[in-house]
Design a protein around this ligand. Structure first.
Ligand code: GLA
Length: 400
């Protein structure tokens, strides 16, 4: 009897005190994930090589630190229900892989699913949450992406809370990434995870929703258009996640640049999804643009907003620390656009955070974050030619 009381008290105390680990994602997480480029074709050689390339390519120095294995690493559960990696793909086991990733100064991420099966048909965590969390902690996992396939009639908030509590009970700080493709999770996700997907899966197209089997993944613009009402939910340690990056996976250079810039404007997690080992110069210049990354990683953690739109050109604004702002002119159209823009006639107000730029009484210095040079001040009108599916990304600094 005493034992039962002790067990119940212990169980209750774990759950009453359960929470998410605070402070693990003060700025949007940055890393790499296997899914977008390699889908189910993962193995320990690929992951080790990705980790090595993360260091040699300069990605690690630019802030990308998580090496995340997505779906299909799983083998079977043993007779006690513990999950093991696929022995053919990961013959050395997850602890050895995680130790190797850590030895390079990187962090290790893994994937599971709240249902009984993952989207790729591997064992899910349903009913095994505490057991799986313990296993991940033992392996040295630092980041968990948790999907939502095969969940039948589960209550999503309850399901993700169970895994959150299970992770917390291990005592190991693990970033928790919720993947239920939007569906209203932003309303409760802040207390549960550090980031949550806001849409279905991304596809490396700029402006189309191609059909892929029985799914319709989304292009960059389709995802962007679904973000507009979500910014109030995001901030330090709790981020909207418009899905992983497709930079380097087949779009044109301008499209990759626009995609990356917009994800920075959205304060999105920057999880690269390309082949790090075979990165060309254009791709690495985009992923390694430290000035664009600084917009994403700004410590205020305010997501940008659509300020105005005329024809195919949208203007997005994002307040930054020290009174700076990022401004992005996005050409959504298939033709190049000439922009003649008068700062003075356009006061920019962020109604959510009550920040504003009044150019009639303030003068800002302008830096072009792709040309990496100062291009004047807001005293003068701004003129630029923006190629189709491209951007001009600017940082404005108040001249005092
Ligand atoms: C879902 C997720 C993707 C990826 C796959 C893996 O579709 O949204 O990001 O993790 O599952 O099967």
């Amino acid at each position: 009897m005493k034992k039962i009381i002790l067990f119940v008290t212990l169980f209750l105390s774990i759950n009453v005190n359960a929470q998410k680990f605070e402070g693990l994602a003060k700025t949007p997480p940055m890393g790499w994930n296997s899914w977008n480029r390699f889908t189910c074709n993962v193995n320990e050689k690929l992951i080790r090589e990705a980790a090595e390339a993360m260091v040699s390519s300069g990605m690690k120095d630019a802030g990308y630190i998580y090496i995340n294995i997505d779906d299909c690493w799983q083998g079977k559960r043993d007779s006690l229900g513990f999950i093991h990696p696929d022995p053919t793909r990961f013959p050395s086991g997850m602890k050895a892989l995680s130790d190797y990733i850590h030895s390079l100064g990187l962090k290790f991420g893994i994937y599971t699913d709240e249902g009984w099966m993952t989207c790729g048909g591997k064992p899910g965590s349903r009913g095994h949450e505490y057991q799986d969390a313990m296993t991940y902690a033992k392996w040295g996992v630092d980041y968990l992406k948790d999907d939502y396939c095969y969940t039948d009639y589960l209550n999503p908030e309850g399901a993700y809370l169970t895994m959150r509590n299970a992770l917390y009970a291990t005592g190991r700080p693990i970033v928790y990434s919720i993947c239920m493709w939007g569906n209203g999770c932003e309303v409760w996700a802040k207390e549960v995870g550090h980031l949550w997907r806001t849409t279905g899966d991304i596809h490396p197209t700029f402006d189309a929703t191609p059909t892929k089997g029985d799914e319709s993944p989304l292009g960059v613009l389709q995802i962007l258009d679904k973000q507009k009402d979500l910014r109030k939910y995001a901030g330090p340690d709790h981020w909207n996640d418009p899905d992983m990056l497709e930079v380097g996976n087949g779009m044109s250079v301008n499209e990759d640049r626009a995609h990356f810039s917009m994800w920075c404007m959205l304060a999105a997690p920057l999880i690269a999804g390309n082949d790090l080992f075979n990165m060309n110069k254009e791709t690495s210049e985009i992923l390694l643009n430290k000035e664009a990354i600084a917009v994403d990683q700004d410590t205020l953690g305010i997501e940008g907003f659509l300020y105005s739109s005329k024809g195919d050109v949208e203007i997005w604004a994002k307040p930054l620390s020290d009174g700076d702002w990022a401004i992005c002119f996005l050409n959504r159209g298939t033709k190049q656009e000439e922009v003649n823009y008068s700062w003075k006639q356009n006061e920019i107000i962020d109604t959510l955070t009550h920040r504003e730029m009044n150019f009639t009484i303030e003068n800002y210095k302008i830096r072009d974050l792709w040309q990496h040079k100062e291009i004047g001040t807001t005293e003068k009108d701004f003129n630029a030619l923006i190629l189709s599916h491209d951007v001009v990304l600017l940082r404005l600094k108040l001249l005092r």
